[in-house]
Design a protein around this ligand. Sequence first.
Ligand SMILES: Cc1cc2nc3c(=O)[nH]c(=O)nc-3n(C[C@H](O)[C@H](O)[C@H](O)COP(=O)(O)O)c2cc1C
Length: 168
Amino acid sequence: MVKKIGTFDKFRETLDKLNGDGVLLVAGNPPNVMTIGWGTLGIIWNKEILTLYVRPTRYTFGLLENSKDFSVCVMPDTFTKELAFCGSISGADTDKIRKCGFKLEKGITISTPYISGSLYHYECRIVHKHRLDPQTLEPSVITKFYPKKDFHMAYYGEIIGVFEERNE
Ligand SMILES: Cc1cc2nc3c(=O)[nH]c(=O)nc-3n(C[C@H](O)[C@H](O)[C@H](O)COP(=O)(O)O)c2cc1C
């Protein structure tokens, strides 16, 4: 059973997961799953927004470029292996969903599905994107994170809903 919860009810938990083993981004049709560790939750344009940062070298980047929406699934602590796998193998030549045994469920408000068994997931509609700009980025950040100049694309997703899975 899936229950809609407050947009920022899981704010702290989501940041902790991002900062830990990561969370799972689902995007594309057919969908692909990729681990993300960078993300921001906040308010812009009076909207509730989840922003992702995806390097152009990721297979998921091409999928997002052709997508209107995405889902972000926060998994239980037992998914450490799957998070490491989806964060190191590319969906370009591997069906990560099949390899991990993920069951996808139809999105509740968007066309992108979500992963069954997630603690809760965000459903987001892309409202803006931009590439991080080396002209205005602190040089020490460029040296540390972008030796290959593969600056992230930031995708701003309006959070349409956050849904918790409950076993009842
Ligand atoms: C914990 C963790 C967090 C990650 N966070 C990001 C991220 O925020 N942005 C990004 O572009 N890649 C991130 N990655 C790397 C991608 O998940 C990895 O390159 C993945 O294989 C890309 O999958 P794809 O080619 O199927 O899109 C992360 C990896 C791990 C293990």
